[in-house]
Write a protein that binds this ligand. Sequence first.
Ligand code: CTP
Length: 405
Amino acid sequence: MGNSSASLPGRHIVLGITGGIAAYKTPDIVRRLRERGADVRVALTHRARQFVTETTLKAVGATLIEEQDGPQGMAHIDAARWADMVVVAPATAHFISRLASGAADDILTTLCLATEAPLLVAPAMNRIMWEKPVTQTNCRRLVEHGTMLIGPDSGPQACGETGFGRMAEPASIVHAIETFWGPRSLDGVRALVTAGPTHEPLDPVRILTNRSSGKMGYAIAAALARDGAEVTLVTGPTTQPTPVGVRRVDVTTAADMLAAVQEHRQDGCDLFVGTAAVADYRPEQASPGKIKKGPASLTLVLVRNPDILSEVARWQPRPYIVGFALETERLEEHARQKLQEKNLDLVVGNLAGPGTGIDSDTNALTLVDSNGSVSWPSDTKIALAQRLAAEIARRLNRDPHGRQN
Ligand code: CTP
């Protein structure tokens, strides 16, 4: 400790250990964290004590969190405040399900719920338990709420099976903790992201809108923030939770969305990602009172909304601009048309259909720029968003002023 090359000097790490066989590897995690200068407190579940002893953990320099510690026996609150990061390794399927449901019925779940520190979870379980849709849903939910997952790895398991389910190795877990505070690919990049649908009022009780869920846009905002960008998310009405570390601005109409985007231009903008499904038209006039039924047919007059992306493309200095295209046919051709007409740097195309596009949890993307196109096969929106963030970082680094035209 006190090592001058310490990569985690004085960092406060809480290590939560749950009852899986991989718990026997946790003294190695503690030792590695201590070598890098971190302060480590550990919280064990009852079952974890069957796999690793307090004596061993203390011997490698960890402090135990006991329920009776702290003022008025509030050890979990005290540790939740103290932590710079909470790491749960190994995390059993049962623990993950309790965490995903917001349970707070023991010291470790309570600590995880009570902390504002980032949470890193290393699942470890039998292959079949890991592959069960319910476990996958729980993990997806955790990621959507900002939890970082590491592993599991594939290989031979204690239960005699081979497959995914082994806890990530202590060295990889410690590396993930180090890189969290290390330089990230989008450090210093100021990003403005639009997401969700817009609502265009017809009268006080009716709106024109579309079926956008905001999932893809929120996943992109989360991925950009995870990679270090300073993200402002201007969003139409959705039920999505605000991603960790993202500044969220709620708007209703396309005109509001444009106004909010213009307002946040002042903060500086290096990257603009337009994922919002902005209504192209709005009712010419919103009726001040409820429109009553009357004649057999009713004609609505709609007028064009401003195009937010085209406005942003006129800014000087001009950010790197990524637009989205949702199509039902001839995806690449339409995406290329948008690239040129709106003067964008990159268009991300997706098809509306089963398992893709609006409201689905999965998507398949085609990226189109002036040099050509590339297609990414179907994956979760979260995985695609992370891949897109990495691709954007690569483009910005190659051409930091990536604002030709
Ligand atoms: N967009 C925008 N402002 C608008 C409309 C769309 O910024 N008023 C952005 C969207 O966020 C998305 C892209 O433009 O990035 C989609 O282009 P758009 O022309 O709206 O697509 P469609 O409406 O599907 O176009 P069309 O009806 O011409 O196919």
